[in-house]
Design a binder for this molecule. Structure first.
Ligand code: UD1
Length: 365
């Protein structure tokens, strides 16, 4: 059997690394890693940490790329790969431009598609944009849909996806996280707030108001360190740099995953619009304020481990201040098991593809 695993951006690399490593243990299988390199530096950094190099590197990133130009390059560059390699399966992860185009390209070539992290939905094509469209397109094209949670499975059922194609595996991010966290000793918690924000639907006013809110919080809590990790997208970095002169704000260039995990473990509070961090924080018992209007990951919110605060400056300042001034309020948002996975998702995906008996992920009650 021959498989191609596709990655384009940093989160795809992190969430696919354990899958790739597990598939390569299957005797008689050949699993190629193909990078679109929609992200260049951040992808290489993430793959490097897992000691992985692409077998095929399409090297498609251009500075300040548009989604349409990138899409055109993915279709054009991937087609000859599919034609010459003739894989039995092509695996994509998540909801990026890379995942959407690769899934369609495989569909056009009648190559079976496996979707890792299928079934996430907000029901709103504007939030997140363009990811809600991308993941629906991938799910339509997919022959095997690996869902992280029961809610994701239910979303697919509501869209009439045959249940025989849907497998409850848990999210592979927990596999990756446990592998990486295992390289480090325990980390003591500090008076530190970790911040990340990069979503397209937040470009402009919403991101400006997030950055304003961080500035106000930093002035109100001068003993607390606010570490804001910058995303290299040109719509993001210049806005974030507006807080550069505040003494207790530290702006850092994209961290490798190991360093980011270290910071998560040191933080007492996390403010983020990242999906991956929402999924990772419960493993370390860290409260999360989600800087988005909608989330496709309500499980953490329902379990009381995260709260949806959006991008409104006043709301962010109010919710974060309440948590920063009250350790008991922060503790109340911790202590439950991670609802997103148990570290065995890659094992389950390999079992499905190999046609072995499959024991689904059982989410914590
Ligand atoms: C993409 C994904 C988003 C995902 C995010 C993770 C799409 C439509 N969006 O958004 O779902 O959450 O990645 O980070 O697929 N850049 C660099 N070096 C890098 C990475 C990016 O310089 O290593 C700059 C480039 O100028 C690039 C720009 O960032 O043009 C935007 O990258 P792109 O992948 O198009 O969008 P993201 O905002 O990163």
């Amino acid at each position: 059997m021959k498989l191609i695993v596709i990655v384009g951006t940093r989160p795809e690399a992190i969430k696919m690394a354990p899958v790739l490593q597990r598939l390569r243990e299957e005797p008689g299988w050949r699993t190629l890693l193909c990078a679109t390199a929609q992200h260049r530096q951040m992808l290489d950094q993430a793959l490097g940490l897992f000691g992985i190099t692409p077998d095929i590197d399409l090297d498609l990133m251009r500075p300040d790329q548009t989604m349409n130009a990138l899409s055109a390059r993915v279709f054009a560059a991937l087609d000859p790969v599919l034609e010459s390699e003739k894989p039995d399966w092509l695996l994509v992860q998540g909801d990026t431009t890379t995942a959407m185009c690769a899934a369609l390209a495989a569909f056009h070539r009648r190559v079976r598609v496996g979707h890792v992290e299928a079934g996430l939905r907000t029901g709103d094509f504007g939030h997140p944009f363009p990811e809600e469209m991308n993941r629906r397109v991938v799910d339509l094209a997919a022959d095997a849909l690996f869902v992280p949670t029961r809610r994701a499975a239910a979303a697919l059922e509501a869209e009439d996806v045959p249940s025989a194609k849907v497998y409850l595996t848990g999210n592979t991010v927990v596999d990756a996280l446990l592998a990486i966290a295992g390289r480090d000793g325990p980390a003591a918690e500090e008076d530190l707030v970790l911040i990340t924000a990069h979503r397209r639907e937040s470009f402009g006013k919403p991101l400006e108001s997030v950055v304003q809110a961080i500035g106000r919080l930093a002035r109100a809590f001068p003993k607390t360190r606010f570490v804001h990790v910058i995303h290299p997208n040109p719509n993001v970095a210049p806005v974030v740099r507006r807080n550069a002169d505040i003494p207790n704000v530290t702006l850092v260039e994209p961290l490798d995953y190991l360093e980011l995990v270290r910071l998560m473990r040191r933080a007492c509070l996390i403010l983020t619009d990242s999906g991956g961090i929402q999924e990772e924080a419960p493993t370390f018992g860290k409260p999360v304020l989600v800087l988005r209007e909608k989330t496709e990951r309500p499980e953490g919110i329902e379990a009381g481990l995260a709260a949806l605060v959006g991008t409104d400056e006043e709301r962010i300042v109010a919710r974060a201040s309440a948590l920063l001034s009250d350790p008991a309020a922060r503790r109340a948002m911790t202590g439950r098991l991670n609802p997103y996975g148990d570290g065995l998702a890659s094992e389950r995906i390999a079992a499905v593809l190999a046609g072995r008996p499959f024991a689904p992920f059982v989410p914590p009650a």
